[in-house]
Design a protein around this ligand. Structure first.
Ligand code: NI
Length: 213
C-alpha cells in the first residue's frame, strides 16, 4: 500500500472508533492534532509518515503500557494490518507510548524530532479557543466548578499533573499555562504563546464580568 493510502485508511479507522467520544479525546481532537503535527512537521523537516501515523493513533483506545512494552496493542495491530514495516511501527509506538505515559515523575521527553512534533501538536490543542472549550468540557466531566472566587487565581500547585484543581479557571494556572514552556519546537513555542495570550485575555474578561464590571 502507498503511504498516502495507509494514512487515509488509518484516519478512516480512527475516525470510526473515536467519532462518538465526548471525553476530550474524540476524533476531532485527533484530527486537529494530525493537522497541527503536519503543519509543524513540514516546517521542522521530519519524516511526515511517522508523524502522521503517530498523531492519528495517539489517543486510540485505552493504550496501556504496563504489559505492552513490545507495542503489541491496538496501534501496532492496525498498522500491521495495513502492511506497515516493523521498524516504522516501532517508531510510531515509541512516540505514542511516551506521549501516553503520564505517571507522576515520569520522564515524558521525546527522543526523536518526530516525537517532539506530535507532542507539541497534542499540547497545542489544550491552548487557545479550543483549549478553553476543552478545559470546560473536561472540567464539567470531572465535576469541577467553572470558577471559585474564594481561592486566589494563581498556580495552586507545583505539581504539573495536579488532578484536582479548585475550578476549571484554576486549572488554566495549574496545568495549561505551563504547557507553553514545555514545547519542543520553535514553531510550537510561537503558536503556544499566541494561544496563551488569547486565554489570558479570556481570563481577564471573565473576572471583569464576574465582578460586574
Ligand atoms: Ni491527545
Amino acid at each position: 500500500m502507498e503511504k498516502t493510502e495507509i494514512i487515509k485508511k488509518t484516519s478512516e479507522y480512527v475516525k470510526s472508533k473515536q467519532l462518538g467520544e465526548t471525553t476530550g479525546h474524540d476524533w476531532w481532537h485527533t484530527y486537529r492534532v494530525w493537522e497541527l503535527a503536519k503543519k509543524i512537521g513540514e516546517i521542522e523537516k521530519v519524516d511526515l509518515f511517522i508523524v502522521e501515523l503517530a498523531a492519528l493513533l495517539h489517543d486510540l483506545d485505552d493504550w496501556k503500557f504496563s504489559d505492552n512494552e513490545d507495542c503489541s496493542a491496538k496501534p501496532a495491530e492496525v498498522l500491521m494490518d495495513f502492511g506497515v514495516k516493523m521498524d516504522i511501527i516501532n517508531q510510531v509506538c515509541e512516540i505514542i507510548k511516551t506521549l501516553s505515559f503520564k505517571g507522576a515523575g515520569v520522564d515524558s521527553s521525546m527522543k526523536t524530532i518526530e516525537g517532539k512534533v506530535v507532542q507539541d501538536a497534542d499540547r497545542l490543542d489544550a491552548l487557545g479557543a479550543i483549549g478553553i472549550a476543552r478545559a470546560f468540557a473536561t472540567g464539567a466531566a470531572r465535576g469541577r466548578m467553572i470558577y471559585n472566587a474564594d481561592v486566589p487565581l494563581a498556580q495552586t500547585s507545583d505539581n504539573f499533573l495536579v488532578k484536582d484543581s479548585v475550578s476549571t479557571l484554576h486549572h488554566f494556572y495549574d496545568k495549561i499555562f505551563l504547557l507553553k514552556d514545555l514545547m519542543n519546537t520553535e514553531t510550537a513555542k510561537m503558536m503556544a504563546k499566541e494561544r496563551q495570550d488569547y486565554m489570558e485575555q479570556f481570563v481577564k474578561k471573565f473576572i471583569d464580568e464576574w465582578e460586574s464590571k
